[in-house]
Write a protein that binds this ligand. Structure first.
Ligand SMILES: [Zn+2]
Length: 539
């Protein structure tokens, strides 16, 4: 579809003012409306047409949502912000995080005073959280979903009749189990084959709500382009009443071609006898312990597929899809180059979330300053969700370059991730700055102040920002992480930097061991060189 000019009339929220012109409609949600009393004061107004950028703000590094052991919260920094075309308006993030930083014009850029560069802040932080409770749900390789198009489940196929009314309960339970097994296997095959009637045919036809939701799900999943979809009972069936059973359905799915690597969720279901057949009467969603619900479980989505990315959104954000897919494909080309530990995904999967979906999808409440997060849904599969309320279209490519680099670089065992925040964020920032001069990096000023303060311990392997960190400090820590990774790549070459990165992040090799083997230098030497570079870079 043709994208309307930003912002669309459907955006009814006073989003970060740098992104969009003022929206006249009153805010219908619990964000600061354009009432003066609620306007968050901003330090300096960006000069007209001056590009601005967002920087990371204080970030809870330790999981608010019990992380999977061995996998921490990962906080993703923000993308550069497009030019501010409107004066600062209401801050939607609350008082603690009111500031913006300017987005420098591509290098070379004129020197401007630090004060002038402090403008408004778009609080764009993307987070990755652990997948809780799905440890061991590793990749399902090609073949898992290699359905033949021939095995279309037929709704009219003969079904095993139920036992006699007075048959033992065990006979009924066995029959129910076989019936559900057959039904969901056929349902999965029908989805892959594109047979909607068969897909919805497992449901009680009198249950209009369920039938309608299955039709919605069928349409969304088909539009996203399934490579793999399987269903199987897990944990058996439990009797939940007279001639009524419940059971969890394990779904393996991925998008792309048949070689895509599947993620897994389980959904509760309930089944009852209707006209001598066992039919589905309820289908639940995956819960937050599995980072559910997934967007396609809950919403009608519009989908746009690119060469490397699949982007889906509700109707509200449909206007964003064309340019979002273009940005995602470009970002994917960069992210692909960091797929050194697992193959790059068959397709990058990105969901654009409006405010309602932002609080719903993936089941975890996000910090109010979060702009996006990368959600690891298996050891090697990560999906990305973007909070469009605070992201302008022109900022998407940079944001997605950062996010998709997380997708590729983190795929694998990542045993050392919990102690490698600086490397994880550093490489994502590094990816966004390839072939760009250092002077164009946003946050240099904040890094300068941090480096010259007592807060920095002089180490390149900087700790993540704490929940209470100031915006400046958070930005600075990202800056130190970025400069460290960039320096290692400049000094030893990108291949050796990546080898070092993988040893630490994926293999959990101690820094000095990794440094010695990958870079041919002690960590003390590398660390000192990085620190010197950081000081020189920030002035
Ligand atoms: Zn990041």
């Amino acid at each position: 579809m043709e994208a309307p000019p930003e912002p669309p009339t459907s955006v009814a929220i006073p989003v970060v003012p740098a992104q969009v012109p003022p929206v006249p409609a009153p805010a219908p949600v619990a964000v600061a409306p354009a009432a003066p009393a609620q306007v968050v004061p901003l330090p300096v107004v960006a000069p007209p047409a001056a590009p601005v950028t967002s920087v990371p703000v204080s970030v809870p590094y330790q999981g608010q949502y019990a992380p999977l052991p061995g996998y921490p919260w990962l906080v993703y920094p923000p993308p550069p912000y497009p030019p501010a075309s409107a004066p600062p308006g209401p801050g939607i993030y609350g008082a603690p995080y009111p500031a913006y930083w300017p987005y420098p014009v591509p290098p070379p850029r004129p020197q401007v005073s630090r004060a002038a560069r402090v403008t408004i802040l778009a609080l764009l932080i993307a987070l990755a959280v652990s997948v809780v409770g799905v440890g061991g749900l590793t990749a399902y390789a090609a073949g898992t979903g290699a359905f033949g198009a021939t095995s279309i489940w037929q709704d009219t196929a003969p079904k095993e009749p139920p036992p006699a009314e007075n048959a033992p309960a065990s006979a009924w339970a066995d029959w129910a189990r076989r019936s559900v097994d057959d039904a969901i296997k056929g349902q999965a095959q029908a989805l892959v084959a594109g047979d909607q009637d068969a897909f919805t045919g497992v449901a009680d036809p009198a249950n209009a709500t369920l039938v309608s939701d299955l039709k919605r799900r069928f349409g969304v999943l088909r539009a996203m382009g399934l490579g793999v979809w399987t269903e199987a009972l897990t944990g058996g069936l439990k009797q939940s009443g007279t001639r009524s059973w419940s059971g969890d359905i394990k779904v393996n799915y991925c998008f792309g071609d048949k070689n895509c690597v599947a993620a897994q969720i389980t959904e509760p279901s309930r089944w009852e006898v209707r006209n001598d057949q066992l039919v589905m009467v309820e289908l639940g969603k995956s819960d937050s312990d599995q980072n559910g619900p997934r967007p396609w479980e809950t919403d009608q989505l519009v989908v746009k597929r690119g060469s490397r990315a699949i982007v889906a959104a509700t109707k509200t954000n449909e206007w964003r899809l064309d340019s979002a897919v273009a940005a995602a494909d470009k970002a994917a080309a960069v992210a692909d180059t960091f797929a050194k530990w697992s193959p790059a995904p068959n397709r990058y999967v990105i969901f654009l979330a409006s405010p309602a979906e932002w609080t719903k999808w993936y089941g975890h409440e996000q910090p109010e300053w979060a702009a996006a997060w990368a959600v690891p849904v298996s050891d090697t599969v990560t999906e990305v969700v973007v909070r469009t309320e605070v992201v302008q279209q022109r900022g998407l490519e940079n944001l997605l370059t950062h996010e998709l680099t997380h997708v590729t670089s983190l795929a694998g065992k990542r045993l050392g991730a919990a102690r490698s925040w600086w490397l994880i964020e550093g490489i994502a920032e590094f990816a966004t700055m390839i072939d760009q001069q250092l002077a164009s990096y946003d946050g240099l000023d904040q890094t300068h102040d941090f480096v010259h303060s007592s807060k920095w311990d002089g180490k390149p392997n900087v700790d993540p920002p704490s929940t209470r960190a100031s915006l400046d400090e958070a930005a600075a820590r990202y800056g130190v992480a970025f400069l460290s990774v960039r320096r290692i790549a400049e000094r030893y070459g990108q291949d050796k930097m990546l080898a070092f990165w993988g040893k630490v992040v994926h293999d959990n090799t101690p820094l000095d061991d990794a440094s010695q083997s990958a870079l041919g230098a002690s960590w003390a030497t590398v660390s000192a060189d990085c620190a010197s570079y950081i000081r020189r870079s920030v002035g």
